[in-house]
Design a protein around this ligand. Structure first.
Ligand code: PEP
Ligand code: MG
Length: 324
């Protein structure tokens, strides 16, 4: 790590005109969080729960999951920890839950699976709620949402898990619930979704894949995969506008949030915080601290007139060279 980046440790993620853009961590295993994340992050913005499911040869029990979630909630308390419900399928198959599909990315994945298997969902949510007792820093995130019915069903199941625990004498509180915006349909219903939940978290990895019809893991089309594509920027504008109608918080937790060039635009678009892997935190913080929000809005205005991702990239590269 360069000395320049090292000097940013402990400093707030704040623009030159005093706007804070809190930076959170993406993670999946407690062991990964130790090195830099604990001091430098505002909390966890995306805890992917697939890994604890992938390292076993069967579904982990409620108590096994509870230990996992408790460890991460405790490590970061009182800072918020956003735990996502199981997002298997697509590029994340579970060996002991085989799904045969010719087109897994358009198939049974994420909330589509747990909606059809409420027992998997309820067990996981119960484990999360129990893990948060006495800590209160849990936020719960729903992946791959396409319709508001999925949100309504999930909210009912989460409420049911709370009620079950109350009947058992466990004092579990309904946590803030958020929805991943990563399917194009959800972009155009960001307002309807925002009305139902506490926060939206934009999954730009999948959103880019689905907007551009480019498999995020296919080398043949990798050159077409571009998070700075004008269509992605316009989608982000639509999401933030929809959320604003209901005062709903918007985060970005896809890889885009960890790209310093993109972070400048996300600041201009008006997202409330970013979540990224530990390795990107200081670099993004450096860029935020070198910029005013006013300047990021100017850059956004120009970027929205660009017709290619390449033009957006040039614009931002030049702008960042200017500020050093
Ligand atoms: C995303 O799709 O941007 C995201 C953060 O989720 P994942 O990479 O786990 O699909
Ligand atoms: Mg995703």
């Amino acid at each position: 790590l360069s000395a320049e980046l090292d000097a940013l440790r402990g400093l707030p993620s704040q623009t030159t005109d005093g706007v804070r853009l809190p930076l959170f961590l993406n993670t999946g295993l407690v062991s990964e969080q130790r090195p830099l994340g604990i001091e430098e992050s505002a909390g966890i913005g995306l805890y992917r729960t697939e890994l604890p499911f992938l390292v076993r040869d069967r579904f982990p029990s409620e108590n096994e999951q509870l230990r996992n979630y408790r460890a991460v909630l405790e490590t970061f308390a009182p800072r918020p920890v956003t735990i996502r419900t199981l997002d298997i399928g697509g590029d994340k198959p579970l060996p002991y839950f085989p799904v045969q599909e010719s087109n897994p990315f358009l198939g049974w994945r994420g909330i589509r699976i747990t909606r059809d298997h409420p027992e998997i969902f309820i067990t996981q949510v119960r484990a999360m709620l129990r893990a948060a007792v006495g800590l209160g820093n849990l936020r719960l995130l729903l992946p791959m949402v396409t319709t508001v019915e999925e949100v309504d069903d999930a909210l009912l199941l989460i409420q049911r898990a709370c009620d079950e625990l109350a009947d058992e004498g466990i004092d579990a509180a309904m946590p803030p619930v958020g929805v991943m915006i990563e399917v194009p349909a959800a972009v155009y219903q960001a307002d309807a979704i925002a009305r139902r939940v506490s926060f939206l978290s934009v999954g730009t990895n999948d959103l880019t894949q689905y907007l551009l019809a480019v498999d995020r893991n296919n080398a043949h089309v990798a050159s077409l995969y571009d998070e700075l594509h004008p269509a992605v920027l316009r989608a982000l504008m639509t999401i933030v506008a929809g959320a604003r109608l209901y005062g709903c918080e918007v985060s970005v937790c896809g890889e885009m949030a960890g790209d310093p060039l993109a972070a400048v635009l996300l600041l201009g678009i008006g997202v409330h915080n970013l979540s990224m892997s530990a390795g990107s935190l200081l670099r993004v913080k450096g860029v935020i601290r070198s910029m005013s929000r006013a300047r990021s809005r100017e850059l956004l205005r120009v970027a929205l007139q660009c017709e290619t991702g390449q033009a957006v990239r040039h614009l931002l590269t030049d702008a960042l060279e200017e500020v050093g």
